[in-house]
Write a protein that binds this ligand. Structure first.
Ligand code: ADP
Ligand code: MG
Length: 642
């Protein structure tokens, strides 16, 4: 039968050249199932080195080490992890328990890596603690237990996956004589159950409990009392373990992440703060940006989406429309004849002083045609708009906006009264319904309208138009109408000395400006998120160096590299996710608060999703390097770290 453990000419040298230390020098050794072996030697003789090699925590420099005939030199890191998980159980002089986990959680660790279901894991761990006489300490942390109790927890942990071989390195080294005796009795009991025990000690009275004593000095075996297999068949614990599913693995990792983040609460909160500030900045800034964009768009939309604006001046010229003399009344009339046009309103604008009695008031005067209310969809609150006949007979009538009416007739009763415009009396025919200010803060009610014919004759002294506003019947065909309007004026003028815009194109250019603004706000916020991410990486790196020993313990209990990767990545993800969640809520809160102070905001799910997603990504990206660093640690080096 192949022996359980077979070392032939195993060497382990540290360093090279002058500083070379031969911790193990040509060790050959066979250990069979069910033996109870003590390896004895003075401090520095190579005992721990031997145990690390036996337990696959370390690799030999030379020679071969076979476990049940398999040469461990040919095994992958994951295969070695499987050996540590299922075949070997470690008991260390300094217990090596996870400080943040309770006794029962510590015992469960190896089974977690073996993929045992939670309920079975917990009941087995509790049963083991019970069997070892510390069932009442199950929920205590290592710091709340005596050395002897902690060592029992570590034995329970070693038994969790039903290890065939218990490797105990100076297990009594830190215990008082009473606890030592109890521990040795425990080990003898385990041996009687059929388990293979390899006990390392420098103490002959401890070694005397074993059936076989191997003495090493300076890395060489100097004596061996020989094999004496006493125990019979071992009752094997049949565990129903599979490789853990990703869901279980992540679930465990999340629990573990919360545990270790809680253990460093202050540090965790600072890291979270970075992410929270970044995320809430993104959410709040985008809400403000989108809110103001929506405002502008809304006020453009109230102008009506069925309007075309014709202005004098070639495309690209920046001169003021009123100074360019190209558009005429005849142009407006021609546009009015087009298909799909409700009205083409010629407009000439100017500023004049209006006088009623002793009140002077300056406002803008628009000379327009009688179909202006139809085109603008603007009602009157009093009186009536001037008519076609008023227009053709050039009557001196005016319709005034609400602001003008309030200023000139504070007591009301404007209609039927006279107002002097540019020195000439105009009869007030009506008052427009109030419409409020535009997005640019211009008061739309601060205006007076006169028939364009009268205006040209009496006020403006010009026969050219400032603009023509064309109202379209069917907005779906606005493009076609715009094209025919373009064509007809072009054919009348011979050159393109005018420009036509519609509300849609106006909207487009405004939205472009707004988008730039939003992108700007967004990038500022993104930078703060990046800073938060670097914070996460920094904390995770610190955490890896600080927790090297914990990583070593996890590896000794059978964690694969991927388990360690998942654990550290999950911690970073939890920081990112938690920070993202709090940040989104805070950002929404800030937005709502700003809204209460009168700022217009717009809350949409996209920025929140984007910011939360980036926070998660930040965790993932910035957690990766530290996680990889942790996963690549050498088990024995990690365990040796302070
Ligand atoms: P023991 O457990 O018997 O006290 P060790 O196996 O720990 O002895 O060490 C055996 C020898 O190897 C000692 O001389 C020690 O100094 C040396 N040694 C152990 N680990 C290292 C290491 N990582 N680097 C260099 N030398 C080491
Ligand atoms: Mg040692």
């Amino acid at each position: 039968m192949t022996p359980l453990i077979e070392l032939s000419n195993v060497r382990r040298y540290y360093g090279a050249g002058d500083t070379e230390v031969r911790a193990l020098d040509d060790v050959s050794l066979t250990i069979e199932d069910g033996e109870f072996v003590a390896i004895i030697g003075q401090s520095g003789s190579g005992k721990s080195t031997l145990m690390n090699i036996l337990g696959c925590l370390d690799r030999a420099t030379g020679g071969t080490y076979r476990v049940r005939g398999v040469d461990v030199a040919e095994l992958s890191p994951d295969d070695l992890a499987a050996l540590r998980r299922d075949t070997f159980g470690f008991v260390f002089q300094r217990y090596n328990l996870l400080a943040n986990a309770s006794a029962v959680e510590n015992v469960e660790t190896p089974a977690m890596y073996a993929g045992l279901a939670f309920s079975e894991r917990e009941s087995r761990a509790l049963a083991l603690l019970q069997k070892l006489g510390i069932g009442d300490r199950a929920s205590h942390r290592p710091g709340q237990m005596s050395g002897g109790q902690q060592q029992r927890v570590s034995i329970a942990r070693a038994l969790m996956n039903d290890a065939e071989v218990i490797l105990a390195d100076e297990p009594t080294g830190a215990l008082d004589s009473g606890s030592s005796a109890e521990l040795l009795t425990l080990l003898e009991g385990l041996h009687d159950e059929g388990r293979t025990i390899i006990l390392i000690t420098h103490d002959h009275s401890v070694a005397a409990h074993a059936d076989r004593i191997i003495e090493i000095t300076d890395g060489k075996i100097v004596s061996d009392t020989g094999a004496k297999t006493t125990s019979g068949e071992r009752e094997v614990y049949r565990k129903d373990a599979r490789a853990p599913s990703l869901v279980t693995q992540v679930n465990e990792a999340v629990k573990m992440a919360f545990r270790s983040l809680r253990a460093n609460l202050f540090r965790t909160s600072l890291t979270l703060l970075g992410v929270i500030i970044g995320v809430s900045a993104v959410v709040a800034m985008l809400a403000v940006g989108q809110g103001s964009a929506k405002d502008v768009v809304a006020s453009i939309e109230t102008m009506g989406s069925n309007l075309l604006f014709v202005r004098p001046g070639a495309p690209g010229t920046r001169m003021r429309g009123s100074a360019i003399a190209t558009l005429t009344m005849a142009d407006a009339a021609a546009l009015g004849e087009l298909e799909n046009v409700i009205a083409a309103v010629p407009t000439r604008s100017g500023r004049e002083t209006l006088r009623v009695g002793s009140i002077d008031y300056q406002t803008s005067i628009d000379g327009v045609s009688a179909d202006w209310p139809q085109a603008q969809k603007w009602e009157l609150t009093e009186g009536a708009f001037f008519t076609d006949s008023d227009q053709s007979s050039r009557r001196s009538v005016a319709v005034i906006g609400a602001t003008v009416a309030n200023n000139l007739f504070p007591e009301g009763g404007a209609v039927g009264n006279y107002v002097f415009i540019g020195g000439a009396p105009f009869e007030i025919a009506g008052v427009l319904e109030p419409k409020g200010a535009t997005a640019w803060g211009q008061d739309r009610d601060d205006v007076a309208l006169v028939p364009i014919t009268t205006g040209m004759m009496r006020l403006f002294g010009q026969n050219y138009l400032s603009s023509i506003t064309v109202a379209v019947k069917d907005t779906k065909k606005i493009q076609e109408t715009e094209a025919s309007a373009q064509a007809i004026i072009l054919s009348r003028h011979g050159t393109e000395d005018f420009q036509i815009r519609n509300t849609a194109s106006l909207l487009e250019s405004v939205q472009e400006t707004q988008n730039t603004f939003t992108v700007l706000l967004g990038s500022i916020a993104a930078i703060s998120l990046l800073v938060g991410g670097i914070g996460v990486m920094n904390i995770m790196l610190v955490s890896v160096s600080e927790r090297t020993r914990e990583i070593g313990v996890r590896m000794a209990t059978g964690a694969r590299r991927s388990d360690i990767m998942v654990q550290f990545n999950t911690e970073a993800l939890v920081v990112g996710g938690l920070g993202g969640l709090i940040g989104v809520l805070l950002g929404l809160g800030i937005s709502l608060a700003l809204a209460r102070f009168g700022m217009s905001i717009s809350i949409t799910p996209e920025p929140a999703a984007l910011a939360f997603g980036s926070a998660l990504m930040t965790g993932l990206v910035f957690g990766y390097l530290p996680a990889r660093k942790a996963a690549r640690l050498d088990p024995v080096a990690a365990l040796a770290s302070e």
